[in-house]
Design a protein. Structure first.
Ligand code: SF4
Length: 335
């Protein structure tokens, strides 16, 4: 089967055009036609000489972008879309309208292999990683629903750093000046702590922002909630993050889901503050939403926040959205 041209970055397209005996500079016009103008026929791309289209058509496919199978709207305006990609691989994306901006949350994989015990996606296991075109399809669907998007987060289904090659390509395609030109600095990639990719990102030319899911500061507890702790222990993850921040002069976001009575004790806040105190960061606190429905704030949420702030840690309490349609953090399971 011919490769889908939507999966190619501009650099890859330039190489392909050279291989076909055409000028690599045509890649810009191809990108514009495919990713911005929504061209549907590779044999008649607007703005390109017929000869170039004739060279591309036998080599590539321009498949229509997959459309969502279902759209749900939450009471708070959050929209969740379910895609069923090739091979019956489900994946969901979410549009989160806030007061002054709209955020799209995209999936990088159908299911997830990481097995975090609190996460509905983790319970599915991994079906497969998504292609760049499938990630772009989610972006386009979110853009169509929202009209405009201000930031993108890779915090949907899957561990983006276990599909880094394709996520990275999707980032390059979406941010390309001849494509959607969406700023990389407005994209956040969230990981449970895949150290080799954090290290790779440290030296990469990509400008995306990094978010790391702490889960629990105590290592035994973290291992129970996020089995990836056994492969990539938090202490080593934080060492990689420290280097990332120092070398890139960047700030990292830590995500911390508060499980009542599990990781929200004063001792947990103190340990967390000790672990991240020397890292330029912001800790996003997220009240836990069980897979079955909204969780909501416990009295400890605000106390925990205050304990971190008093320990000198910049902390933000995330207002969870879309819990009534299972679109909140940890709830995506293509139900
Ligand atoms: S929390 Fe993230 S890394 Fe863990 S199972 Fe869910 S999707 Fe995978």
């Amino acid at each position: 089967m011919k490769p889908d041209i939507r999966n190619l970055t501009r650099t890859e397209l330039e190489t392909a055009l050279t291989g076909l005996g055409e000028k690599p500079s045509h890649a810009a016009a191809v990108f514009l036609a495919v990713h911005r103008k929504g061209a549907a026929d590779l044999a008649a791309l607007p703005g390109l000489p017929e000869r170039v289209c004739r060279a591309l058509s036998p080599a590539f496919l321009l498949a229509p972008l997959p459309l969502p199978e279902r759209l749900q709207t939450s009471r708070d305006g959050t929209k969740k879309m379910l895609f069923r990609f090739e091979g019956n691989a489900p994946a969901e994306c979410v549009v989160l309208p806030a007061k002054d901006r709209v955020i799209a949350c995209l999936s990088s994989q159908s299911g997830c292999a990481c097995g975090c015990t609190f996460c509905a996606t983790g319970a599915l296991g991994l079906k497969r990683s998504l292609t760049p075109a499938e990630i772009i399809a989610q972006f386009e669907a979110c853009l169509k629903e929202a009209g405009t998007l201000n930031s993108l987060v890779f915090m949907g289904m899957g561990e983006p750093f276990l599909n880094w090659e394709n996520v990275q390509k999707a980032v390059r395609i979406l941010s390309d000046s001849r494509g959607r030109h969406f700023p990389q600095a407005k994209m956040t990639v969230s990981t449970v702590g895949i150290i080799p990719v954090i290290e790779e990102l440290t030296y990469s030319d990509l400008r995306v922002r990094l978010a790391v899911s702490v889960v629990a500061a105590d290592e035994e507890q973290r291992a129970r909630l996020a089995p990836m702790e056994k492969t990539y222990p938090l202490k080593r993850v934080l060492a990689a993050v420290r280097d990332y921040c120092r070398i890139r002069k960047a700030l990292v976001m830590f995500e911390y889901i508060l499980f009542p009575g599990v990781n929200d004790r004063p001792s947990d806040a103190a340990l967390l503050a000790r672990l991240v105190g020397d890292i330029p960061c912001r800790v996003n606190l997220i009240p836990y939403n069980p897979p079955g429905g909204p969780g909501g704030e416990t009295p400890r949420v605000k106390e925990f926040q205050l304990e971190l702030i008093n320990a000198g840690v910049r902390t933000y309490l995330r207002v969870e959205r879309g819990a009534d349609i299972a679109a909140a953090c940890g709830q995506l399971a293509s139900q």
